[in-house]
Every structure is written in C-alpha cells, then in structure tokens.
Design a protein around this ligand. Structure first.
Ligand code: GLU
Length: 492
C-alpha cells in the first residue's frame, strides 16, 4: 500500500498557522513511508470561499517548503482537486445513498427544525435530531415532494449505542450515537456539506491516513458510518492536538497572530517557522530544538506526538528565528533574505509615492519610511499625549477598529476608508481626530506618510498587530472592559 496523506484547507480567510502545522505532519508522515502528499481545496462553502484566500494558502505553504505532489495548481491523476469543481461526483454519491436507503430527503423548514430542537431542549434531551424526529407525516411528505419544496439530503444515523472510532494516537474513541444528528449531506442548493465531500474525496483520492486537528473528532463517527454505507475501507484517522495560546486557550487571532502572512511580513524565516511548528507536540529523538524539514522527515515517528496541547509561543519562535539568522545565514544569504522580505522593487515601489511629496534629501527616506521596514513600533503611553481623547475612548476606538478590520473582505484602501468613516461617525469625531491615534499606533509617530496608505501597504496582519500593540501599551483591555466593549460594538 502506498501511503497517501492530504491537507484539505477551506479557503475562507488568512492562511492559518494551524493549517501549516497539520500540513507539515501529513507531509512528514507521507515522506517517512515513501508516500504522497496531496493538497485539496475544500471550497464547498461558496459564500465564504475566495480565490484570494486559496492563493494565499498555496503561497504560504510553498513559502514554508511544504510541497505537495498533487493539487489544484500542479494537477495529478485524481483531480480536480478543488471541491467546487467536483459537484457531479457528490451528487452521484448522494443519489447512491438515497437508493440504498442510507440517506433520505428532508423537507423540514428551518422553523420546524427550531421547534423540534426546542421540544427536545424542553424535555432535557440531546439536541441532535434523528431521522425519526425529522420524519413528516407520509401525506405531508408526498405533498412537499410533489410541490417541489426545497429539501436537503440527510444521512441515516443510529439512535442509540456507542460508536467506537480508532485513532492512531488516542486508541479507541467512544462517542454516543445519541449525540450524533442525521447530518445534512447535500444542502438545498445542491452543494455537498463538508462531511460528504470529505469522505468521497478521501476515498476517490486514495487517501490512506487522515491526520487532522482534534476539532474534527466529533465528525469521525459520521465519516465512519459513511464509509460503511459506501462499502469502502476507511483511512486511518489521527487527530492532532490543537495549537494553544500561552493561556492554554485555542490559538486564535484575537490573542495571537495566526496568519502565516503575519510571520512572513514580520521577517521570520520560513525554515524557522517550519522548524517551530515541528516542535508543536513533537520532538526529535535527541530533543534538539533546531532541525531542518529533511531531518524531521527522516526521524519522523507519529508515536512521538504528545497529546498535551502544544503552546505556540511567539517568544520561542523569535528566539529560534534569531538562531537561524545568526547561525545559518552568511552575509550573502542574509542580504538575500532581506531582499526577499522587503528590500525589493515590488515593495519599495509601493512606498516611493508615499515619501515623494515629503522628501527633500535622500537621507530622509528612511526616517520617513522606516516603519514600513519595522515590526511593532516603539511607542509608549506618552506617545499618545497629543491625543485629547480619554484613555477609555482611545482604547475603544482602537479596539473597534481592530474588530472591524478583522471582518473586511478585501484589504483595499476604499474598504479601510469606509470602516474609518463609519467608526469616526460612531465616536462623533472628525476623520482627522479619529485618525490621530491610529496614526501613532500604525506608524509610530505623529508625522509620517498617509496612515490609510500605510495600512493598505502594511497589510491586514501587521496593521492589526500594531493596533493591538497600541492597546497593550495603553494598558490593555481587562476582561470586564472587553465584555462592555463587545456589547457596544455589537450595537454599532
Ligand atoms: N476543510 C477542513 C478544514 O478546513 C478539513 C478537515 C479535515 O482534514 O478533514 O480544516
């Protein structure tokens, strides 16, 4: 048997370090066994998936050196590798399950579903809806079918008993069938859900081992059942421990930068990031901290993965990155790294129009544009002395801006301007007054290049990190304050 593993990201946002972490372990596992590693794009959520996100994910993984043998860009014998291009395959397979009686058409409206759940809640029962809960009176079912009402296709699931799933790291995982609902397989718009598409594709793409985050454990019983319904052998499952913030909560962008773009823009070396991700829950047999991807592949052993939640610590990554720069890069390589990072025509070219209106001698270029080549600016509470707003208002303003910026679909100047206008209106401030503290937070000084242009060029990750840094410098947001702010924010 040829080992085949895969990474199956959904292109719905920034390229997440968690995706790179799972990709790394899948890649190492495949290479250890002389197998193949596949990249599949799971873009069945048409509303949230974007080509931009897909490009960023591919680009980031490639930057990290996590190359795949088959994928949407490189092709391969099991394509297409983008789920949005495989619609007919899922429809056929859903049909097959309908014919074998393992799936059924469900005409329940969302109001009816809410009412059914409410009944169960009132009776103190588990909220998972079972086929028998969903069944309509036969006349009503016929009426809705004949009337061409919208429907979804759901899978049959047992009502009771225990489902046992084998996990390569955890051994037997037991899940009560009572908790498992009659999962939707095909939505009313004819698109498959993750569960159907994932199982069908893993099978058709010959995937033998599925290494994925532990957040998918609850899906495993449904997947196992689908493999049984189709009569297919199931890949071996391995649920990896989730990356955590230093406070042990799940790694989230609210607390830590989670986008690979951030690490790239901040000047981390790809080999240091990949090495650090390899230290997440795993160690080399000799416990050394610094190792290359090739060394990790050569010594890889899944049994060395420890299940205690690995903590992703920025300080440790920074330390390791420094070691890489100092030990591994000679002057020529360091110069090359700097070029790739920011000292290149594409990046500098964006900055020239910013300094042109203000520059008198060339020696002013760096003072004017230095912040484009920096990480977090050196600011303190005093930096905001010239801003006349109360501290609480100031913090609220910066925090609301961070939250708004987290949600915008495209990082473009017009979008940023819209958000700033909206918030300036909310705080009843003129644009200039609103932007004054933003200026300091983002560029580190009160006089610099245009702040909206700077934000556009710096990108979402660095901008948000700088705004968050300013909030910290101003004393941070306590839990209580955060609750209050969130409430006000929701009312915006
Ligand atoms: N599309 C899923 C994700 O975004 C894949 C989960 C899996 O590996 O099964 O993580």
């Amino acid at each position: 048997m040829t080992v085949r593993t895969r990474i199956a990201p959904s292109p719905t946002g920034d390229p997440h370090v968690g995706t790179a972490y799972i990709a790394l372990f899948n890649l190492c596992f495949a290479r250890l066994h002389g197998g193949q590693f596949v990249l599949r794009i799971e873009d069945t959520d048409r509303q949230r998936s974007t080509a931009e996100s897909e490009n960023m994910i591919l680009d980031s993984l490639r930057w990290l050196g996590l190359d795949w043998d088959e994928g949407p860009d490189v092709g391969g014998p099991h394509g297409p590798y983008r789920q949005s291009e495989r619609g007919a395959i899922y429809a056929q397979h859903a049909e097959r399950l309908l014919e074998s009686g393992h799936a059924f058409k469900c005409y329940r409206t969302s109001e009816e579903l809410d009412a059914l759940r409410e009944e169960r809640r009132a009776a103190g029962l588990h909220l998972a809806l079972k086929p028998r809960d969903l069944a309509l009176d036969p006349d009503e079912q016929r009426k809705r079918e004949a009337g061409g009402y919208p429907y979804v296709i759901r899978m049959q699931v047992p009502s009771e008993g225990v489902c046992v799933v084998q996990d390569m790291l955890r051994g037997e995982i037991e899940v009560d069938w009572a908790q498992v609902d009659a999962q939707i397989l095909m939505k009313s718009d004819g698109m498959p859900t993750y569960h159907l598409a994932n199982v069908v594709d893993d099978h058709l793409m010959g995937i033998t081992h599925v290494l994925r985050g532990e957040e998918w454990i609850n899906s495993a019983p449904k997947h196992q059942l689908l493999y049984e319904y189709f009569g297919w052998p199931m890949p071996q499952l391995c649920h990896m421990p989730l990356l955590r913030n230093p406070d042990k909560s799940k790694l989230s962008k609210r607390k830590n930068p989670t986008s690979i773009n951030y690490y790239r823009r901040m000047g981390f070396l790809p080999q240091a990031v990949t090495n650090y991700l390899g230290r997440m829950g795993w160690s080399m047999p000799d416990e050394r901290e610094k190792f290359t991807l090739e060394e990790m592949m050569a010594h890889f052993d899944l049994q060395r993965v420890s299940l205690g939640g690995p903590v992703f610590e920025l300080d440790k990554l920074s330390w390791l990155n420094g070691v890489y720069i100092r030990e591994d890069l000679d002057d020529a390589a360091l110069l090359q790294a700097l070029r790739e990072w920011a000292f290149n025509e594409a990046y500098v070219g964006q900055i020239l129009p910013q300094i042109r209106p203000r520059i008198t001698t060339l020696s002013e270029a760096m003072p004017l544009a230095g912040h484009f080549f920096a990480g977090l600016p050196e600011i303190s509470e005093k930096s905001f002395d010239g801003v006349t707003l109360e501290r609480d208002t100031l913090v609220a303003l910066l925090q609301f801006l961070v939250w708004r910026l987290e949600t915008i679909p495209r990082w473009e100047k017009e979008e940023l301007l819209d958000q700033v206008k909206l918030l300036a209106g909310h705080f009843e401030l003129k644009m200039k007054a609103f932007l004054a503290p933003v200026f300091i937070a983002v560029t580190g000084s009160a006089h610099s290049t245009s702040v909206l242009d700077a934000m556009t060029i710096l990108g979402s990750d660095v901008t948000r990190a700088r705004l968050r840094h300013a909030i910290e410098v101003l004393g941070g947001v306590s839990k209580k304050q955060a609750k209050r702010l969130e409430k006000q924010y929701r009312e915006l």
